[in-house]
Write a protein that binds this ligand. Structure first.
Ligand SMILES: N[C@@H](CCC(=O)N[C@@H](CSC=O)C(=O)NCC(=O)O)C(=O)O
Length: 284
């Protein structure tokens, strides 16, 4: 098991926000991730984990600094783990034009099959397997897990849950990229990481995965009505139609006046934390 090195620690609501560095065998580079450890861990409790997947341009820091999740996570006894959004470092290729919607900060939570991406861009295996194994070996946590995320990370959370029946007790998303095969961000990412053959994209598209899901884990999704990416990139109506076609339980909450930012996420994060806490058997 790889070693982890602590690089930051901040007291927060009676618990700890900590950041770590480790060498990822899956991604072939050093990675950083953040953990919120609620106060119950200091009383010897083992707690379940909520994995948070961030969106384009983010690192492990955006959610921890901006979402305001720590107060309620401390009350509910939820550990929160926030990984980075792509492999990084020397030798990790980036968008050739330096665009922010692909490459560094934009791993899309898939396993790339195409060169030059395939050697490092395996964020799906990282967040589903390598990181949980590392967390479960190094922190006082149970194997009970939930997953959530925003935008590219909302897509990632839905895909990880739908592809792994039984692995997550609950799933939710803020403004997810619902149908990446049919939006510019998704087409750029899937086309480059997986190649032009669109059949290979289906395994990474929530709307496609819903049709074959063997587990009907309820989806909680919040979407701001004033989100500037809503119509072109996010397409919640495609998610709604895909869920309706197969009778998959979906609570899609359209929030008037809210945009794509962390002001939106902070406004509704408590509802998501309670949704996950219920599924994880936490009191409150
Ligand atoms: N830099 C871009 C905006 C990028 C952006 O909005 N990123 C979102 C996620 S978008 C989908 O995955 C984000 O979470 N940003 C980080 C934050 O802290 O807000 C631009 O200039 O338009």
């Amino acid at each position: 098991m790889a070693a982890i090195e602590q690089i930051a620690a901040n007291r927060s609501f009676g618990g700890w926000h900590r950041r770590y560095r480790h060498t990822s065998a899956v991604l072939g580079c050093d990675m950083q991730f953040a953990v919120y450890l609620p106060p119950q861990v200091e009383q010897g409790e083992r707690l379940p984990v909520l994995y948070w997947l961030s969106g384009l341009t983010c690192t492990d820091e955006n959610f921890m600094q901006k979402a305001g999740a720590q107060r309620l996570a401390a009350e509910l006894g939820l550990v929160i783990v926030a990984p980075d959004t792509s492999p990084r470092g020397a030798g990790v290729p980036d968008d050739p034009d330096g665009a922010w919607d692909f490459g560094l900060g934009a791993g899309f939570y898939v396993n790339a099959t195409q060169q030059p991406w395939a050697a490092h861009y395996r964020m799906y295996d990282y967040v589903v397997s390598e990181l949980p194994a590392l967390v479960e070996a190094n922190f006082p946590v149970t194997a009970q897990r939930s997953i959530s995320g925003h935008s590219m990370g909302g897509h990632g959370a839905l895909v990880c849950a739908l592809k792994n029946p039984g692995r997550y007790q609950s799933v939710s998303a803020f403004a997810p990229i619902s149908n990446p095969s049919n939006c510019p961000w998704g087409q750029k990412a899937l086309g480059n990481y997986l190649g032009p053959e669109r059949d290979s994209w289906k395994a990474w598209d929530t709307c496609e995965l819903l049709a074959q899901a063997s587990e009907r884990l309820p989806l909680l999704v919040d979407q701001g009505e004033d989100d500037s990416f809503l119509a072109e990139q996010l397409q919640p109506e495609a998610l709604q139609a895909a869920a309706e076609r197969v009778g998959h339980p979906l609570t899609l909450r359209r929030q008037p006046g809210y945009d794509h930012s962390y002001y939106f996420i902070a406004s509704f994060i408590d509802d998501h934390l309670r949704h996950h806490a219920r599924a994880l058997g936490r009191p409150g």
